[in-house]
Design a protein around this ligand. Structure first.
Ligand code: FNR
Length: 189
């Protein structure tokens, strides 16, 4: 069975190391997974006054999440949390009340940073948000990637064998996790 994964890049930067990491993850993923990016950069700031007349950007975001079987978050850490742009996207997708697009949607989180703890704090906070949004999360393996220049080429080739093997294993486990969740939980809300 093939599954479609919608992936979020937490960074808006053109030179994002997390965007490069996402390319590596897609290269190394099992054939059972297909990928489409869920863009977040054009979303306005969330405001619940707009719930009654939800803007087109918010509707497009929710439809994109609802179209895919699972979601993957590839995110930097900003000041020990996820970037505001990613939190903003999650807030949009979770509303209007009663239409949370992450409900029962399997997810995984991963991130890269030049720092030694490789986005660990941001990922813990993201896990808390996803729990509240009732998204079943892959618990293990965890993946805190300390970015070392040269470890990825611009198009996501991994130059270090142990990093490549680790990321391949992460994606294989994610494929198995998605299959297990979707076998047990119905896709409809
Ligand atoms: C950072 N950076 C950072 N790194 C980290 O490991 N923990 C942190 O809390 C922060 N905080 C932080 C705040 C802000 C506003 C910026 C701009 C940066 C450094 C960050 O990991 C680095 O810039 C990465 O390159 C960001 O990821 P992308 O955008 O390249 O994917």
């Amino acid at each position: 069975m093939a599954y479609t994964v919608g992936y979020f890049i937490g960074s808006l930067s053109q030179k994002s190391i997390n965007r490069t990491l996402s390319k590596a993850l897609i290269r190394l993923a099992p054939d059972s997974l297909a990928f489409e990016e869920i863009p977040i950069k054009d979303l306005p700031l969330y405001n619940h006054d707009l719930d009654a007349d939800f803007p087109a950007e918010g509707r497009a975001l929710k439809e994109a999440i609802e179209r895919v079987d699972a979601v993957l978050f590839v995110t930097p850490e900003y000041n020990r949390d996820i970037p505001g742009s990613l939190k903003n996207a999650i807030d949009w997708a979770s509303r209007p009340w009663g239409t949370n697009s992450f409900n029962r949607k399997p997810s995984a989180v991963i991130g890269a940073s030049p720092g030694k703890i490789g986005t660990a704090v941001a990922q813990q906070n993201l896990r808390s948000i996803l729990s509240f949004c009732n998204s079943p999360q892959m618990n293990a393996p965890e993946a805190y990637i300390q970015y070392v220049p040269g470890v990825f080429s611009d198009d996501g080739e991994v130059t270090d064998a142990s990093t490549e093997e680790f990321l391949r294993h992460f994606m294989e486990e994610f494929g198995l996790f998605v299959e297990r969740v979707l076998t047990v939980l119905p896709r409809e809300r």
